[in-house]
Write a protein that binds this ligand. Structure first.
Ligand code: HEM
Ligand code: HEM
Ligand code: SF4
Ligand code: SF4
Length: 375
């Protein structure tokens, strides 16, 4: 690379949002001697109108390189390349004319993002856009002024298909789900069997996979084997269903998520550095998620209170949970341990007990022991 190491620039009032960058050959390439990136907080699910995009382009063409990244992996609109003296004028124009703020960077809450959700997806169990927008607004201070041991991300998926990959790319992953029964339209099931509706909404039509076989393509692939056909009707034993989405994905016109919807909360996803890559771990199996999301904000703040106090410098939440253990994390969240929180119970016997749970406690007298057991 020919970019110099690091670069610290920004706008007054904020501790993040701009990633400074300088060429290491400024004499040869003076136009990119400075080449700072500005992160601009995208609208939830990235719906735009052309008027807005034109205004952004006009601004960026005038004060920046004209190059953008639509979008950065976290979600932001990326303005790619400008000089330090342009940062404040761009910020002024963004806020005063476009009513548009910067996104996050540094050890803070980064720009939250969400799947397309209820806007255009029949499976969304939560209003991902509303949650994303509400939490972005509610935590503006945490987003703009770094106060954390390290970065922290929220992502919102409307269902377990994970179109914004929250389970892999956010410290706090919100995944929509339901706890009642999958809704079955038996007429539509028949239409699938009869070949009138293509499976997976035609996703595999590029190749001949033969006639749709509900037994082979749905029932036998259900991970919990909780489906069967009876008198030409599809049956689901919903208490054994893990809400994997497979059957719904294959037969979207016949099957739909239940109506008692909410969100599962998972924590700790991160990339490899330092202690290894992690996906988020299921911690709260189900919670209702209705505006203004006070129950969710309460959880967010418990997590932050703990991590901001105990997290080491540049320690992600996932690493702190590993260092302290999930039982400690559950104490912080004030929730009891549940079998759903583990894939399997521990296999080693190195089990910590709390002193108050052990009759007699830890204080013992060797002479008392010796009175019964001679040396
Ligand atoms: C490099 C060799 C060894 C190491 C590093 C080692 C280390 C340890 C450690 C750390 C403990 C736990 C102490 C505690 O409870 O706080 C322990 C306990 C024990 N070790 Fe070893 N040990 C070694 C070899 C052996 C050998 C060769 C034997 C027997 C032939 C042995 C028998 C025991 C026993 C009986 C206990 C007590 C277990 C209990 O009552 O809970 N160790 N050892
Ligand atoms: C008939 C044979 C044996 C009998 C009846 C016996 C009995 C006992 C008893 C009563 C205790 C005390 C338990 C307690 O109060 O916590 C004990 C502890 C222990 N025994 Fe044996 N034992 C036998 C053989 C052995 C042998 C062959 C070994 C080792 C090669 C062994 C190693 C130990 C050890 C390491 C402890 C734990 C000491 C401690 O950490 O406090 N025992 N045994
Ligand atoms: S995550 Fe689920 S709800 Fe969101 S867009 Fe994807 S399939 Fe739809
Ligand atoms: S959602 Fe998954 S686990 Fe549930 S019935 Fe359908 S295929 Fe089986």
């Amino acid at each position: 690379t020919h970019w110099k190491h690091g670069g610290i620039v920004g706008v007054f009032g904020y501790g993040g949002g701009v990633i400074g960058r300088y060429s290491d050959m400024p004499e040869k390439y003076p136009s990119i001697a400075h080449f700072h990136t500005m992160r601009v907080n995208q609208p939830a699910s990235k719906f735009y109108n052309t008027d807005y995009l034109r205004s952004l382009c006009d601004l960026w063409e005038y004060r920046g390189s004209g190059l953008m990244n639509m979008h950065g992996s976290t979600g932001d609109i990326i303005f790619l390349g400008t000089f330090t003296e342009q940062l404040e004028p761009i910020f002024y124009e963004l806020t005063h004319i476009l009513q548009q703020d910067l996104g996050g960077s540094g050890s803070n809450l980064r720009t939250p993002s969400c799947c397309i959700g209820k806007a255009r997806c029949e499976w969304s169990c939560i209003d991902t856009q509303d949650m994303c927008y509400e939490l972005t607004h509610h935590y503006q201070d945490e987003l703009h002024r770094p106060a954390f041991p390290y970065k922290f991300k929220f992502k919102f998926d409307g269902c377990p298909n994970g179109c914004v990959a929250s389970i892999a790319r956010s410290d706090m992953s919100f995944i929509g789900t339901w706890r009642d029964n999958i809704r079955i339209d038996q007429e539509a099931v028949k239409a699938y069997i009869g070949g009138e509706i293509p499976p997976n909404a035609g996703a595999h039509k590029g190749r001949d996979w033969g006639k749709f076989d509900i037994q082979k393509e749905v029932i036998d692939l259900c991970p919990t084997q909780c489906m069967w056909m009876e008198d030409g009707k599809l049956k689901i034993d919903d208490k054994e269903c893990t809400r994997c989405m497979h059957c719904i994905n294959v037969m979207p016109k016949a099957l739909r998520p239940g109506l008692d919807t909410g969100v599962s909360l998972l924590f700790g996803a991160k990339a490899p550095i330092l202690e290894g890559a992690q996906m988020s771990v299921l911690t709260i199996p189900f919670m209702k998620a209705e505006p203004p999301y006070d129950n969710i904000k309460e959880i967010v703040e418990k997590v932050w209170d703990w991590w901001m106090e105990e997290g080491k410098n540049r320690e992600r939440l996932g690493e702190l949970i590993q260092r302290y253990g999930i039982p400690k994390f559950l104490e912080v969240l004030e929730i009891p341990p549940m079998p759903q929180m583990v894939k399997e119970p521990r296999s080693n016997p190195y089990i910590f007990w709390k002193e108050e749970d052990v009759p007699g406690g830890w204080q013992r007298d060797i002479n008392d022991y010796r009175s019964r057991h001679k040396r």
